[in-house]
Design a protein. Structure first.
Lengths: 373, 339
């Protein structure tokens, strides 16, 4: 004897299960379609030239993405240099050290940073590492041409330079002095862009230690500033930090508390417990988190627009650099059929790269599930 | 752990290999998409003239080129709109305008079965103002007797980023249509009438968009229209004749222009029966006193070549060559660059 609403309940059960199944399929469908489409459109364009040749000019056929493929690998090597140490150590701090209130703020900030649009990271690094700072020049004034707004300065090493000092220039660091009152023989420190002085400080005697350090840092900064793989790697690395930090914290939390207590009870120092017991136990989880973060940033275009910029040639670390996502972006919006073809191929290569990373993650986590921790 | 060390070593080796990849001087430029086809040809040809330098040019739009030059993040900018005094006042050093190419802005369209089309400036303005919305509108049909125009909606496609091509195009329309001048104006990026058409990034993007959308129309540097086999309209010039942006028509337009000593000039809707009405010059923007002597030297040498020998190459892309007297003027300007 069944309950009177038995059929209705069975129907409801079946309906909800179907809805859930459809939703699950809908979630997978885009991946399947993307993959199908990419293989369909991109695979035929994958050839030897694609992996070995530099890009061809606009409207020309042929060429490849060799520099972009290498560029992406370089970026993916640079990014963890920034993202991993900060992310992992931050995660360790959150899990093993730190106070409750402080940790709440750190977690909160990391979560917000995770949600920051990736182009923002590009703009941040553009300001930090791409734009050159005004450079300092120290010396004594040789001559002042008030009419032409020119000041000639000779450094202690004998180098002579002429600087344009106009209305935009801040003369003297504390308040303005008129250009005419700048006398030959005065020691000055000039900050300049090109040959344009942006700040002139007069009455400067021997350089102090502090200002020498600042000058050295600026010189070093300006030597590496500009669009470069370094800037691109930094942008991607900054993006990785909150991702790695949160996953590291989570996997460390999974390590049973008893392990820590046992270690501490044996008289092992806390740092040693953390490094050799807790982190060692969770190592695979940490590496998994790092790889996932890497897979996430591998396909980013936006942070690279203002940092790596793109290049059609091979590049040094300090020069604008090509990357697969950038090249795909540029090619996809172009009007040229051959570039479209290569954009598909590039997207396929990028997807395969991310897939390889993800399979690596599966491989590591599978081991963990088997209880080999 | 061993594997990790191995992969790190491999990575370091790759980095080292890449760092040693080129010993040539790399000169970075960015900006105009209008120039890009010309630059691509020049860089390839110039590799034989001076193998010691390489060029990386990113076609991000004229506005972007000006901005990056002001931030000194590139060695040269390229723009088909000249910089205003106000824009240059904020620059760390004097900026020179070096005209490198002169080209026509083609009015390209995607209308199956209509390979030839005639338009006048007023109609074009009304299309981009959203007042003419169908291809078989009497204003268009009246100029094209005998052409079967479909009742298809017109989709005007414009540039979304700061663009010198937009500057030339809106300069032309402003000179023709008072309504355009007051409502939209003349700038590298304007407030497009809302709800009219689509935007796309770069000449490449605009051309790509129009190719894929039947009924679309855009303004784009001629080389893009030709390279992508799009049809483009014959435009009515000031003398009342319909002309295509051929080499002769663009050269004729350039010959009417008065070139000032600082090379900042434009010539919307110039007079003469043979001229194409929407033409403009594109400039390379450089600092008069750049910091990096090595790159500056390579760049000046290239520019001297581009405005002389280089002008023999660009006509194959339908850019009008600069007249000899202008070439001389430019060489004199390049001599003032010190580093």
């Amino acid at each position: 004897m069944t309950a009177p609403n038995h059929r209705w309940r069975q129907f409801k059960n079946g309906l909800m299960q179907t809805v859930m199944l459809v939703c699950a399929v809908l979630a997978i469908l885009p991946l399947v379609l993307v993959f199908y489409y990419l293989v369909d459109k991109g695979f035929s364009s994958l050839n030897w030239a694609f992996f070995t040749k530099l890009p061809a000019g606009p409207g020309e056929t042929g060429g490849g993405m060799a520099n972009a493929i290498v560029g992406t690998f370089v970026l993916l090597m640079l990014a963890p240099l920034v993202g991993v140490p900060v992310g992992v150590l931050g995660g360790v701090f959150l899990s093993e050290y730190g106070g409750r209130r402080l940790n709440w703020w750190i977690r909160f900030s990391a979560d917000i940073l995770n949600g920051v649009p990736s182009i923002v990271w590009g703009v941040v690094v553009y300001g930090l590492l791409v734009v050159a700072l005004p450079a300092p020049f120290r010396g004594t004034v040789q001559s002042v041409d008030v009419a032409k707004h020119l000041v000639t300065v000779q450094s202690r090493t004998g180098a002579r330079r002429e600087f344009a000092v106009d209305a935009e220039t801040r003369l003297n660091l504390n308040g303005k002095i008129p250009l005419a009152s700048l006398r030959p023989g005065t020691g000055v420190l000039i900050w300049y862009h090109n040959h344009q002085a942006t700040r002139v400080a007069d009455s400067i005697s021997a350089p102090g230690l502090w200002s020498s350090v600042v000058a050295a840092i600026i010189q070093w900064h300006n030597a590496i500033s500009g669009f470069s793989a370094l800037a691109g790697g930094l942008a991607l690395g900054l993006m990785m930090i909150p991702l790695v930090m949160r996953t590291t914290e989570e996997v460390l939390q999974l390590v049973p508390h008893g392990y820590r207590e046992a270690a501490l009870a044996l008289g092992i120092a806390q740092w040693r417990t953390t490094v050799q017991i807790v982190m060692r136990t969770a190592l695979k989880g940490i590496v998994t988190g790092i790889l996932l973060a890497l897979a996430r940033v591998a396909g980013e275009t936006a942070p690279l627009l203002f940092t790596a910029l793109g290049n059609r040639l091979w590049a040094h670390l300090t020069q604008p650099t090509a990357a697969i996502p950038l090249q795909v972006y540029i090619y996809a919006i172009s009007p040229y059929d051959d570039w479209h073809r290569q954009a598909w191929a590039g997207a396929l290569v990028l997807l395969l790269l991310v897939l390889v990373i993800n399979i690596g993650v599966r491989f590591l986590t599978r081991d963990r599930l088997r209880g080999k921790v | 752990m061993k594997q990790l060390m191995l992969s790190l070593l491999g990575g370091a080796a790759l980095l080292a290999a890449q760092t040693g990849a080129n010993a040539q001087t790399l000169i970075n430029g960015a900006g105009s998409t209008f120039d890009y086809p010309a630059f691509a040809k020049w860089f390839a040809a110039y590799a034989k003239v001076d193998p010691g330098v390489q060029f990386n040019y990113q076609s991000i739009g004229s506005g972007g080129g000006q901005h990056l030059l002001l931030n000194r993040t590139v060695d040269f900018g390229a723009s088909d709109a000249y910089m205003t005094d106000q824009a240059m006042a904020g620059a760390p050093g004097k900026i020179l305008h070096v005209p490198v190419v002169c080209g026509g802005v083609a009015i390209a369209y995607n209308l199956p079965g209509v390979p030839h089309l005639k338009l006048d400036g007023r109609t074009l303005a009304n299309i981009f103002l959203g007042k003419i919305t169908k291809w078989n509108d009497p204003a268009i049909a009246g100029q094209n007797p005998g052409v079967q125009l479909p009742a298809m909606p017109i989709i005007p496609v414009h540039r979304t980023e700061g663009s010198g091509t937009t500057w030339i195009f809106t300069g032309y329309l402003s000179s023709i249509s008072p309504e355009w001048k007051s409502q939209v104006g003349h700038s590298v990026s304007v407030n497009w009438p809302s709800g009219v058409g689509l935007g796309a990034k770069g000449s490449e993007g605009v051309a790509g968009q129009v190719r894929q959308l039947p009924g679309a129309i855009c303004y784009v540097e001629l080389a893009y229209a030709i390279q992508t086999h799009m049809s483009y309209a014959a435009m009515k010039n000031a003398a009342g004749r319909y002309t295509l942006p051929t080499l002769e028509a663009v050269s004729a337009a350039l010959s009417t222009a008065h070139v000032p000593p600082d090379f900042r000039f434009e010539f919307p809707n110039p007079p003469g029966p043979k001229v194409y009405p929407i033409c403009g010059v594109s400039w390379v923007l450089v600092y008069q006193h750049p910091d990096d002597a090595k790159r500056a030297k390579g760049l000046v040498k290239f520019l001297r070549w581009a405005v002389t020998d280089g002008q023999k190459i660009t006509p194959s892309l339908d850019y009008a060559p600069l007249p000899p007297n202008v070439q001389k003027q430019i060489l004199a300007e390049l001599d003032t660059i010190t580093y």
